[in-house]
Design a protein around this ligand. Structure first.
Ligand code: HEM
Length: 210
């Protein structure tokens, strides 16, 4: 039995996530600008979703449900199908060093779409963890009374805001590298649109999957 490298559900979730992330980031910048964390750091209106903070907040609240539901479905599917483990684990330190060394020597291989290299795996895990942490820190800032224990755990309301800002920065950094690589290796982009090559479906081959 075979299946597509990126099953339809994964593609829908991935592109949904990409659009919602852009909505969350740009509306977040609109909210941020009303009460900045880093003095002197403002986001231009060109990159803000919403003409003023209250409108940006409405976008942010609308997007957060989609982000959380989309992410929860991705994680549930990834854990139940074994995809997360199959595609993103294991990560060995030696492989990370090896991949970084190869990249610095412009020897990075990308003919094989079916496996992620160690750095890719690491970056995807960072992006997933950052996405989950954005939902948690966001909850703390949104409902600081109901989730006061979460606010306390984060060291107070302002620290929760800073953590939320840091999470956004990690995701923006990830997206810049991620989109640049997708453009550099368009076959990966095409595979994320069409599903990519057929790969063996390990579930139907009696192999152990979680
Ligand atoms: C317009 C923006 C984006 C583009 C063009 C894009 C493109 C891609 C492509 C081409 C792949 C497949 C990589 C490969 O097969 O080598 C991929 C996978 C992935 N992307 Fe994106 N992406 C975007 C936004 C995002 C965002 C915002 C996130 C999360 C913050 C994200 C997280 C991931 C993850 C976790 C995977 C691995 C999925 C899996 O195999 O289960 N992407 N992306």
């Amino acid at each position: 039995m075979t299946k597509r490298l990126h099953p339809l559900l994964i593609r829908i979730l991935h592109w949904n996530n990409a659009v919602v992330m852009i909505v969350m980031i740009t509306s977040g910048w609109g909210i941020y600008d009303d009460d900045v964390i880093i003095r002197g750091l403002h986001f231009s209106q060109t990159f803000r979703l919403g003409s003023w903070a209250a409108e940006s907040l409405l976008w942010h609240f609308a997007g957060m449900w989609l982000l959380a539901i989309n992410g929860a479905v991705y994680l549930a599917y990834g854990l139940a199908s074994g995809r997360l483990r199959e595609r993103l684990l294991p990560i060995r330190v030696a492989d990370v060093i090896h991949t970084i060394r190869d990249t610095l020597h412009f020897r990075i291989a990308h003919e094989d779409l079916t496996t992620y290299n160690a750095v890719q795996k690491l970056l995807y895990i960072v992006a997933i963890v950052a996405g989950v942490s954005q939902v948690i820190t966001g909850l703390a800032i949104w409902k600081p009374v109901q989730f006061s224990w979460l606010v306390t755990l984060m060291g107070g309301f302002q620290s929760a805001r800073v953590l939320h800002f840091l999470g956004m920065s990690v995701i923006v950094g990830f997206m810049i590298v991620h989109v640049a690589l997708a453009i550099l290796v368009p076959s990966t982009l095409w595979a994320m649109v069409t599903g990519g090559p057929q790969v063996p479906n390990r579930r139907h081959q009696g192999e152990a999957v979680p």
